[in-house]
Design a protein around this ligand. Structure first.
Ligand SMILES: NC(=O)c1ccc[n+]([C@@H]2O[C@H](COP(=O)([O-])OP(=O)(O)OC[C@H]3O[C@@H](n4cnc5c(N)ncnc54)[C@H](OP(=O)(O)O)[C@@H]3O)[C@@H](O)[C@H]2O)c1
Length: 278
């Protein structure tokens, strides 16, 4: 597929997350610049933290082709929950032309606390920050369990997730509900000019990239032509998700336009061996 040559500068939110580490390492390797936002006592400590995490992250062979000139990494320890973080970064650095977000609840308390609202707080701050500065194309690492076009999305797991009644309880957790709610904020901002893509990966694993995943837009189905769930597993590795976000970001703009405003389910496809098993 055609790839765009445009140099990119990604602002990465929650850059220390396990998925973001793969994304940042691959983007830098491909020659793109990255400004990484992560929790740290100050900006230099953020740089130390990200550099250490990148060193610890090994990439599966193949995949992203290395550029002769790797990109430049910058870091910031500013709060991801404040609009002024985004407005000041976007005003001060006009080269930032894409934003990716990997924020996620990391503790059980964060998952069950109704007042936490981590996802909506992050997305509201980002949207307000862009409103005060400029709109920048946005790639959101969301979650499976959200079905439908963003804005009209409802909480429902893909049909091949079983036992459904137990797993559907997980969707009632405040963190999950809040994650799905954050899609609605993006859909509203879409009407103001924000171009965004929401990735909804299946269960995440730490396995190396397999590069045998499929994707479908907005809704899943056992027999959906784009991605029949009958032929899909229920997992995908974080490294595969990172590669897919980077691949989409590298598509020519007119191709990316087909992705804007959509929620993309990502999952590994079954191998011939899986298909033999009943
Ligand atoms: N588990 C699954 O199977 C699954 C499936 C699909 C989607 N997801 C979703 O995928 C996303 C990314 O997954 P992941 O595994 O890469 O994430 P992760 O490793 O759990 O990292 C989440 C990141 O969010 C940051 N964060 C949390 N609260 C914050 C706050 N108040 N301020 C600043 N940063 C904050 C954490 O920062 P610190 O590092 O400083 O703690 C952490 O780096 C999450 O939204 C997750 O819910 C998960």
């Amino acid at each position: 597929m055609a790839q765009e040559k445009q140099h990119k500068h990604f602002l990465v939110i929650a850059a220390a997350s396990r998925g973001a580490r793969f994304f940042i390492k691959k983007a830098l390797r491909q020659g793109h610049d990255v400004t990484a936002l992560c929790r740290a006592t100050h900006d230099e400590a953020a740089l130390e933290r990200i550099n250490r995490l990148l060193e610890e992250t090994s990439l599966a062979k193949g995949g992203v082709k290395a550029s002769q000139k790797p990109g430049v990494l910058r870091t910031s320890s500013k709060s991801i929950l404040e609009a002024k973080t985004y407005s000041s970064l976007l005003k001060n650095d006009p080269s930032i032309n894409h934003i990716c977000c990997f924020v996620g609840a990391t503790t059980f308390r964060q998952m069950i606390d109704r007042n936490e609202r981590l996802y909506t707080k992050t997305i509201l701050a980002l949207v307000e920050g862009m409103r005060r500065s400029r709109w920048v194309e946005f790639f959101y690492h969301g979650s499976s369990g959200s079905e439908g076009i963003p804005g009209e999305n409802t909480a429902r797991l893909p049909e091949n997730f079983r036992p459904r009644w137990i797993l559907n309880l997980g969707l009632k957790l405040p963190a999950a509900q809040n994650c799905f709610e954050s899609e609605k904020i993006l859909a509203k901002a879409g009407a103001e000019g924000l171009q965004f893509v929401i990735f909804r990966p299946a269960w995440l694993t730490t396995a190396p990239a397999q590069r045998s995943y499929g994707y479908c837009f907005d809704t899943t189905g056992m027999n959906k032509e784009e991605l029949p769930l009958r032929a899909a597993r229920k997992t995908i590795s974080r490294e595969d998700v990172a590669e897919e976000i980077l691949r989409v970001a590298n598509l020519p703009h007119e191709e990316r336009a087909h992705w804007h405003g959509h929620g993309i389910y990502l999952v590994d496809m079954k191998t011939p061996k899986d298909l033999q098993d009943p």
